[in-house]
Design a protein around this ligand. Structure first.
Ligand code: FES
Length: 241
């Protein structure tokens, strides 16, 4: 049996409800609008082998595309234990609870790598958005351990559900909900928080043509497995200020 990452979300009455992602009903989803389950997808390496938690290097940006063929996610083993039950808010005031990281030390997290400000994201050519290690500072933030978008210098607290902490971004990055199987393999199962997929698919038509043979293919849901590589392999240039 999988060790599921249970969530608490705000129900229709405003009360917090503890639930498993897989049991969220359509009614509850409709009342919050902030959790959606997608295909249960196993993370594999470039050779096609399942990736285990123990394979992850600490504080290293890993990228896989989920839940759609063209929507990047950044996965991290932060090394330090993450916060628990963080109350977060979309720019429209919708609340949700980010339960914390997965794995034994609750150190592993995943976030949709589409900036909540103006949708900067990693592409095969460059990336303005990435995690910055704890011992580094950037123009966007006076401490590390954060996701930074160097497009307009927003930062997001990686151990607290990627809540927005500086810059023009007015809401967190959406979280990708992970499940860890008994053999320590990793699955993505859904998206929690204010995702930007709708705006993203409207905004980058030429890019989808360049990398994915058009928007129709870019918008297909990832099924069964997703290849995860380090950001430095995913993109040619990492841009950080
Ligand atoms: S697009 Fe990320 S800060 Fe503007």
């Amino acid at each position: 049996m999988d060790r599921r990452n249970f969530l608490r979300v705000v129900g229709a009455t405003g009360a917090l409800v503890a639930i498993s992602p897989s049991t969220i009903s359509g009614r509850l989803y409709a009342s919050t609008g902030l959790y959606e389950s997608y295909e249960r997808v196993q993370l594999i390496d470039a050779q096609g082998s399942p990736i285990k938690l123990t394979d992850l290097k600490k504080e290293t940006n890993y990228v896989f595309n989920y839940p759609y063929v063209a929507t990047p996610t950044i996965l991290l083993d932060l090394e330090d234990t993450t916060a628990k039950d963080v109350r977060l808010k979309s720019e429209y005031g919708e609340e949700y609870i980010w339960k914390g990281g997965v794995g034994e030390g609750r150190t592993v997290v995943a976030y949709s790598a589409i900036c909540s400000h103006q949708l900067a994201h990693p592409t095969p050519d460059d990336s303005f958005l990435q995690y910055v290690q704890k011992d580094k500072k950037t123009m966007a933030c006076d401490h590390g351990g954060v996701m930074v978008c160097s497009s307009h210098l927003s930062s997001f607290e990686a151990k607290e559900g990627c809540k927005n902490i500086s810059g023009p971004a007015s809401e967190p990055l959406a979280s990708i909900v992970l499940e860890i199987a008994d053999d320590d393999t990793i699955y993505a199962v859904g998206v929690l928080g204010p995702d930007k997929f709708h705006e993203y698919f409207k905004a980058f038509k030429p890019e989808f043509k360049k990398y994915y043979e058009g928007r129709r293919k870019a918008k297909k849901k990832v099924k069964t497995s997703a290849t995860m590589v380090e950001l430095s392999q995913y993109t040619k240039e990492i841009i950080q200020y």
